[in-house]
Write a protein that binds this ligand. Structure first.
Ligand code: SAM
Length: 332
């Protein structure tokens, strides 16, 4: 395998695949009701890839032309010594961007270290600005930790901060304008995400499904928003808030399917390579990573590209558990 930076590979449908989402743990300190059951069974530590194995995998992917890696989980900042890994991944020649998705609970203490380690942009998940609702939704969380984390991130000087909000009818449909105002005051972007049927929760998903178009209509009543062609390299479509740098994005896997332009692969913290979030096909990398076998990892990438599905088959109307893995398991 060449160590020179390659062009991003293409899959069997001709889609360029340049983006890897790398999960470093399945554990999370929050239990968001749409994401995890109340008592999730986290994996035994022996099944989780070591930091060295995760780094080796990242090296091979970047050698194959991947230009953007998102560190995720579970809660990535709950992984011990994650800064060690991030520093090394961010320094890989050929990698244009190392980015992170976090729930923000540890961000107040870690924002500066993350910035120094080479994280360019950061996504922070936040579904409500009401402290009591936040604790109810996350079952364990303290909103003040996340808002302190966001303030620390704003002070740390990331190139961009984006708030990610899952749309939930009857839960945060009345807070969408407040969340946009909060993002504006912080100097951040915000993206609203349609809830996906990932993992068996409690049958409540279909009742709270809120389509991106309905959310946009709510926001149009309050704000002047202009559609843009800006892309952050992911599936969000963005609207510009008037008189503000804030962009308001929508990720709409149900109402505006973006599988035809999917540019990503995902790796779980156990080394399973998933070419599609919404399908069950995977290629196991753990044995190759444990053996330090770069060629076998590279061959696995080819198998994943050859089998990357055309798309998911989520259906909002019957959005029960259509894929049995939780988002926190695959790497959100
Ligand atoms: N712990 C980190 C965090 O909270 O951002 C990273 C992992 S979390 C699984 C990544 C993102 O997935 C979060 O923004 C979360 O809200 C979102 N998510 C989880 N389950 C989802 C679902 N069923 N549908 C849509 N988004 C979901």
């Amino acid at each position: 395998m060449s160590t020179l930076a390659a062009n991003p590979p293409t899959d069997r449908a001709g889609r360029t695949v340049s983006y890897l989402r790398l999960s470093v743990t399945d554990r999370c300190d929050l239990r968001c009701r749409y994401c995890l059951p109340e008592q999730p069974r986290f994996l035994p530590k022996a099944q989780i890839l070591t930091l060295e194995q995760l780094l080796l995998i990242a090296q091979v992917f970047v050698g194959r032309g991947i230009t953007k890696i998102r560190i995720t989980g579970g809660e990535p900042l709950a992984r011990r010594n994650v800064i060690w890994l991030i520093e090394r991944i961010a320094a890989l020649p050929g990698l244009a961007e190392t980015v992170l998705t976090t729930n923000g609970t540890r961000l107040a203490a870690m924002a500066d270290d993350l910035r120094c380690a080479g994280i360019a942009r950061i996504n922070v998940s936040l579904d409500t600005l009401d402290a009591a609702k936040f604790t109810r939704l996350t079952r364990t969380g303290d909103l003040a930790q996340v808002t302190a984390g966001l303030a620390a991130a704003a002070a740390a000087g990331f190139a961009a901060i984006r708030i990610n909000t899952v749309l939930m009818n009857g839960f945060n449909d009345d807070e969408l304008t407040a969340l946009v105002e909060f993002a504006d005051q912080l100097g951040a972007d915000i993206s609203f995400i349609e809830e996906m049927p990932l993992g068996d929760i409690d049958g409540s998903r279909p009742h709270r499904y809120l389509e991106a178009g309905a959310a946009l209509a709510i926001l149009h009543r309050r704000f002047a928003l202009t559609e843009t062609d800006y892309s952050s390299g992911g599936p969000a479509r963005y609207w510009q808030l008037a008189n503000s740098p804030t962009r308001v994005g929508f990720i709409a896997p149900h109402s505006r399917n973006f599988c035809a332009s999917c540019n990503r692969l995902r790796i779980t913290c156990t080394g399973d390579l998933y070419p599609c979030l919404g399908q069950n096909g995977r290629v196991a990398l753990a044995a190759a990573a444990a053996a330090g076998d770069r060629q076998a990892i590279s061959d696995a990438i080819d198998r994943a590209l050859a089998n990357k599905p055309d798309g998911h088959h989520f259906a909002a109307a019957n959005a029960g558990a259509q894929v049995l893995r939780y988002m926190a398991t695959t790497g959100g």
